[in-house]
Write a protein that binds this ligand. Structure first.
Ligand code: SF4
Ligand code: SF4
Length: 336
């Protein structure tokens, strides 16, 4: 099938006119970001990777999970019942879509987090293979590529004419194409653009990294301080990362009523692991950075058989001190 560029506007109209949410890359203050849109005119198709990941449409930065109020008889508690709208994520990059199985794994591991799963059950993810990239993209080094369909329901490839060859990947994708059949056409003889393949970083071996991280004695290696000393703990890497998922539950309340919120949090903050006793098991910044790296290349693959890093490069682009995760991966790959 083919999706003509001109028909994307109609697709947005069809989805939003029935109460659906259409998320796509748009230019916002000179940066491309994923955002919910009201019109196809807003979509930007000339982009490498949006500044944010689309995780915020499944796992909002902040959301109310309960409300409470006190009265003479006691406390009234109202749990929030979420009924998310059908949501289309259009123009997702393959690295971002590959984060979905990792996110699902953590949100359904020892407890089913319905705030996440109910949203995920209502999304249709339409990815576009990358025809451009930059020096910070390294998906091929972590076993992915712009050809990856992981996490996508529909995969698009841009043609030389600027239209898109459409491939349904899941049943949800097939249903979507059937439901909006008026915007899809039979494929004729078209040539697709070449994909941008980031060069695999030679000095990095993710299996070797996992092996090194799994050895208990390496947890105390002086290498951590050496590699991660410059981190200032701003948390930017975790907020932009498509697989970082830590959150905190906080009560925001007045004297008699309030709400319980689920807010994004970051393992890079010094109070993230602060105990009530005052003890902090991650009392220096490199230990906090070690935790993030361990989570992605050791804890995740051991617990969920998926990696916590999809090689999008966002953490490299946003880091104010340019702490480059691939340099750490290279450093550890050299170790025995
Ligand atoms: S750790 Fe960095 S490169 Fe890996 S998925 Fe997260 S933001 Fe992207
Ligand atoms: S963005 Fe850089 S400085 Fe900020 S917490 Fe992450 S690694 Fe540290």
């Amino acid at each position: 099938m083919i999706l003509r560029r001109d028909n994307i506007k109609r697709l947005v109209e069809l989805v939003t006119s029935t109460g659906g949410v259409f998320v796509a890359p748009v230019v916002d203050t000179r940066q491309v970001v994923y955002r919910a849109i009201g019109s196809g005119e807003e979509i930007e198709l000339n982009y490498i990777l949006p500044r944010n990941s689309f995780k915020e449409f499944l796992f909002p930065q902040t959301e109310v999970i309960a409300r409470f109020s006190m009265n003479k008889g006691g406390v009234d508690l109202e749990n929030m019942d979420i009924t998310p709208p059908d949501t289309v994520i259009f123009g997702a990059r393959p690295c971002d879509t590959a984060s979905l199985p990792s996110m699902r794994a953590v949100f359904t591991w020892d407890y089913i987090d319905e705030f996440y799963t109910r949203r995920e059950e209502r999304i249709t993810v339409i990815s576009i293979g990358c025809t451009q990239g930059d020096d910070d993209c390294f998906c091929t080094t972590v076993g992915l590529s712009p050809e990856s369909r992981k996490g996508a329901d529909i995969y698009l490839l841009e043609t030389e004419q600027g239209d898109f060859v459409v491939e349904s990947v899941t049943d949800r994708g097939r249903d979507f194409i059937q439901r909006y059949e008026e915007v899809f056409e039979q494929r004729g003889d078209v040539k697709t653009k070449a994909l941008f393949m980031p060069e695999r970083i030679d000095g990095i071996d993710v299996e070797r990294i996992k092996g090194w991280l799994s050895k208990k004695e390496n947890y105390q290696s002086p290498l951590w301080a050496e590699l991660a000393r410059k981190c200032i703990g701003c948390g930017a890497c975790t907020f932009t990362c498509p697989t970082c998922h830590c959150f905190d539950i906080m009560d925001e309340a007045g004297l008699l009523e309030g709400e319980r919120r689920k807010n994004w949090d970051s393992c890079q903050f010094d109070f993230f692991t602060l105990h009530a006793s005052g003890h902090n098991p991650r009392d220096t910044q490199f230990k906090r950075w070690r935790n993030r790296f361990m989570c992605k290349f050791n804890f995740y693959p051991n617990k969920f058989s998926s990696r916590g890093c999809v090689g999008c490069g966002r953490c490299i682009r946003v880091c104010p001190v340019r702490l480059d995760i691939t340099e750490v991966m290279e450093g550890i790959s050299k170790e025995q």
